[in-house]
Ligand binder design. Sequence first.
Ligand code: GUN
Ligand code: FE
Length: 468
Amino acid sequence: MAATLGHARAFVGPVIHSLSVSKLEINPLALLIIDPQGKINKLVKLEPDGLAEQLDQALDHLPFCLDRTNTTHLNPGEFLIPGFVDTHNHAPQYAQRGLGQGMHILDWLSKITFPNEAKFSDPVYARKIYTACVEGFLRQGITTASYFGSVHAEATKILADICLQKRQRAYVGKCNMTRNSPDFYVEKSAGDSLRETRECISHVRAIDPAGRLVKYVITPRFAISCDEETLKGLGDIRSENEDLAVQTHFNEAKQEMEETQRLFPQFGGSEADLYQEFGLLGKRTILAHCCYMDEHELEIIEKLGCGVAHCPIANLTVGGGFMAAPVRELLDKKIKVGLGTDSGGGFSSSMLDAMRQAMIASNAREVMSEGKDKGLSIAEVFYLATLGGAAVCCLEDKIGSFEAGKDFDGLIIGTKGADQGIMTMVEEDDTLETVFEKFIMTGDDRNIVEVYVQGQYVKGQRACVSTS
Ligand code: GUN
Ligand code: FE
């Protein structure tokens, strides 16, 4: 059914995507044309009457050849949406999801997470779990992920290889951890940590020189686990490599914030000042959590153009603060926000669950703010999971919606038939908007029937046969 790279293709059917945080475009019938490089050539709205003529008109005179057998008419109940962007995730924690929920963050790290991540010193184990992780993510429609690896360089290179092989768009970073970590899971010195980081950067550049799918991301785990020499060295690497993204945990929980302040008293409790001092903040920086933000910190991240990875599942289970990011306030200030599953930090690696939990957390924020910070709508959480996440990753010109010129990273959603799981049933008189809402609130991976990255079929409940 699917054409591989090198073949143009087209889809005819309902198409839904975000144009902005407040604008969801719902097209009951449209034609989406993908060029041989996997880029969107155009999205054309269609009328049900005279469909054949409209298709002839749109498909003739293309600047490339499109074999009409590569035009897919979606089945009843199916529609197209952009792939999900998971802006914060720990690949090694794929095997520990659901464990230690309710623990405070530093206790959870030392009792559950560090012993688990230490296992990734074994490349055979790393390959096994990372294969399951990337496949599991693709199956759930995550076409782009920003991954923390473990502290190990070799395992991190394996993760980057697997993303490329399985064609998941990804940022991949080796965690830097030079202190406040157990003997069995810590780097020997800042020098070793920085050398291995450079090795990983070279590896990722060697396997994907143009960074079309996989890129390195500088990944100081958090300030607690990095000494000043490491943070400074990472800031130097960033200034030498302006194309590199940075990711870290930021103002996640009171326990973590107090410990950070104890270790770095010179910053008066401001993590924004801390990371800025070490040269780690900029428009390519992804700050995970941001649960507690004062005016000063908001001002800094707004001015520097940092993005926020909102991880409401992790925040309301692991952490101990049980507080999630002030998303409405961030959006009002035009700060970039996306969603993160956080994998092990929460109980789910589903972006649908992250969207639902973002709605719940925002409702709690509305109550706490006495009605000032309104809860998020379905359209808004969908934006966060797609175009908003793309912006956090500085990929909004490439992915996140179906604008002409972007890469086609998309999902075919199926909502009717025997294999459609436990999603709320679709009824005859449902509008497309109603079906979409039912999918977002009650669907799961069984409804994600085909997954495409850069125009190529990569996964899905329905196996595709290449036509090439
Ligand atoms: N802070 C430092 N490391 C971690 C991690 O693995 N998960 C979460 N949620 N917070 C962290
Ligand atoms: Fe995390």
